[in-house]
Write a protein that binds this ligand. Structure first.
Ligand code: FMN
Ligand code: SF4
Ligand code: SF4
Length: 357
């Protein structure tokens, strides 16, 4: 039925890459021509036709799909009779022997809908529980729990792949979709606001040796290495919070600071933006259906956080300050996580200039 299997994967810590590998193993075992390509900022290569199956694997962020993936789908070529399936991975956790599923919300079906609008026939959607990688919030899962979750996910993905490749369809995740639609305002706020602020909570501690690995392998090219004598990473607003830098830094130097989060909170809510801005902002054209207060507030938040982060970055050049900030950060005591046996360089190699099927 299919002759070309093109698997696009977006990944921060290797979970969605593993899902892509499992799908590709099934397809290759069936003798199908299969290619994988990492979703980064570069253009994706695809020449779809009626014999092409386009597989998308991605992490869930804020109960929906990450910006980078949404933007890349919009720029894919028209389906031209090709089919598509979507496999969002989500935060599976296991606490004291009890497994809890993640919640992909609209991640799978929104992606599938965009593919559909591009003219692809959607043949399947399924959320996959993989170990949660949001180590800015919690400890990285233990090896035992990681193995448990992954060994449950692999047969599920392979079964999905066999079903799809045999010509059948497979749709799962209707309950998460319903919840995702209900939580859509949160997803929207996450995409336009939270994600931007999250990037400004990252900093490199005194353990950073300036190797530049985080900047070189960031899928969004969101890190700039600054400094002449001592190079240090600076996180820009392009960051998608994929967690690759934090979890793959060989020196465990990437931290997230709750103190900075509290400063941002006061800077962007009370008292400045609430009282000062509300007194100076008046709706310039009252009859236009535009929330000027909201827009000015949004711009204020972005600019004030940007400037505060610049100051923070300058202060971090002082080793004593970065040591203290690091010691006061919960993440310096947290275990890191990435998919077992998946190293950053391995999935970054999955880059194909042109497909020769
Ligand atoms: C910023 C961020 C937001 C996340 N939001 C969700 C979420 O809303 N629901 C969920 O189930 N998992 C969520 N996760 C967990 C990841 O989707 C999950 O661990 C995924 O498997 C990571 O895949 P990757 O290693 O390919 O990036 C989030 C992770 C991060 C870093
Ligand atoms: S944060 Fe880590 S990966 Fe990035 S430059 Fe510093 S040591 Fe290297
Ligand atoms: S800066 Fe770090 S978390 Fe942000 S997109 Fe790049 S690698 Fe991912």
């Amino acid at each position: 039925m299919f002759e070309k299997i093109v698997i696009f994967f977006m990944t921060g810590t290797g979970n969605s890459y593993k899902v892509a590998v499992w799908f590709s193993e099934v397809a290759t075992a069936l003798g199908l021509n299969t290619k994988k390509q990492q979703i980064k900022t570069e253009e994706l290569h695809l020449e779809p036709d009626g014999k092409t199956l386009c597989v998308l694997t991605l992490p869930t962020h804020g109960f929906t799909a990450p910006w980078l993936l949404l933007k890349q789908i919009v720029s894919l070529p028209r389906g031209n009779g090709a089919s598509g399936v979507v496999l969002p991975s989500r935060a599976g956790v296991r606490i004291k022997g009890v497994s809890l599923p993640g919640m992909e919300g609209t991640a799978g079906y929104l992606t599938a809908f965009l593919l559909f609008l591009k003219g692809y026939k959607i043949r399947g959607v399924m959320g996959v529980d993989m170990p949660s990688n949001w180590t800015a919030l919690h400890w990285g899962l233990s090896k035992k729990n990681t193995q448990f979750i992954i060994s449950a996910a692999e047969p599920k993905v392979k079964h999905f792949a066999k079903t799809i490749l045999s010509g059948q369809v497979y749709f799962d995740g209707i309950v998460p979709l319903a919840l995702g639609l209900w939580l859509a305002p949160i997803s929207f706020m996450y995409l336009i606001m939270a994600q931007l602020i999250l990037s400004k909570l990252f900093f490199a501690s005194d353990k950073c040796v300036g190797c530049g690995l985080c900047a070189n392998y960031c899928p969004k090219q969101a890190i700039i290495m600054t400094g002449k004598t001592r190079k240090r990473p600076y996180w820009t607003y392009s960051c998608d919070s994929c967690m690759a830098c934090m979890n793959y830094c060989p020196y465990k130097a990437v931290e997230v600071s709750p103190i900075v989060a509290i400063i941002f909170y006061y800077l962007t809510t009370v008292p400045i933006s609430t009282y000062l801005l509300s007194s100076i902002v008046t709706t310039p054209v009252a009859w236009l259906p535009i929330n000027w207060d909201g827009i000015i507030q949004y711009i204020y938040i972005l600019i004030s956080v940007f400037l505060a982060y610049l100051l923070l970055h300058a202060a971090l050049g002082w080793r004593l300050f970065s040591t203290i900030l690091s010691k006061l950060s919960h993440t310096s005591y947290f275990r890191r996580y990435h998919a077992p046996d998946v190293n950053l360089k391995e999935f970054n190699k999955e880059k194909v200039d042109k497909y020769n099927f």
